[in-house]
Write a protein that binds this ligand. Sequence first.
Ligand SMILES: Nc1ncnc2c1ncn2[C@@H]1O[C@H](COP(=O)(O)OP(=O)(O)OP(=O)(O)O)[C@@H](O)[C@H]1O
Ligand SMILES: [Mg+2]
Length: 274
Amino acid sequence: MAGGTDMTGDTATGGPPGGVILSFRDVWVEYGDKVVLERVALDIAQGEFVSVVGPSGAGKSTFLRLVLGQEGPTRGQILLDGTELTPECSPDRGVVFQRYSVFPHLTALGNVMFGLECAASPLLGKLLGGARRRAAREEAVRMLEAVGLGHNLDVYPAQMSGGMQQRLALAQALVKHPRVLLLDEPFGALDPGIRLDMHELVGGLWQEHGLTIVMVTHDINEAFKLGTRVLAFDKRRHDPHAPNRYGATAVYDVKLDRKAREAGPPAELAGVVT
Ligand SMILES: Nc1ncnc2c1ncn2[C@@H]1O[C@H](COP(=O)(O)OP(=O)(O)OP(=O)(O)O)[C@@H](O)[C@H]1O
Ligand SMILES: [Mg+2]
């Protein structure tokens, strides 16, 4: 066939939009004889918003920790931009947890600047000087404005509501321009009204900045509302005499078009998500 739109020749950093960012190749996580994840094999493309659901203990946070490099697979390989992940945190992966990951002794601006300082100089910390420090401050202020905290630069986390702290955690993660933004039940502790505000904020940031997001949630409606793809982790096999013998894997993996998003979660997922 003539013509074709082969984009595999694109060598721009990070590859073409829609190219694969993250590759899981037959990944297993085992603690002693307890298998947590098994045979996880999937690719995540640039610009995807992947919602991860599944029962408690299915390994959703473990999956995120693998991407974050806090943990390595016991078998298999994980590639980020085609290169095997090193087991260490790095600025190409930002993370927001359910419970606030901000530093209580720093102001909003201090928290976001701290992220930048670490990214610039992971070993030496606060060594940004002069012009670079001013540029970092401007960038931090811009990010705080983007998450709606432009008027709260000098406020400490203890003086903030839960929603404000999560906005701050988002700014702190995003200021480093991570290749992948990881969200572990980021709205789980928030009131319903605030959750809706946060959906708009995260959806807007995702679109504006062309982010790639992997978000764990217990809320199946949230998963379908925000995601372009829904992954469900669960065990395919159970051994009643040896509950640790089999791990969870991606039992459901569906890309959502507008119709699927509007239709909402299918009945078959009701049994998977608690
Ligand atoms: N260091 C560890 N040693 C042994 N088992 C562990 C360790 N870390 C996690 N696990 C086990 O791995 C399994 C998956 O844990 P994980 O936190 O990934 O689940 P989850 O899907 O995020 O659950 P939840 O929805 O409750 O947050 C659990 O059974 C947990 O006990
Ligand atoms: Mg978890």
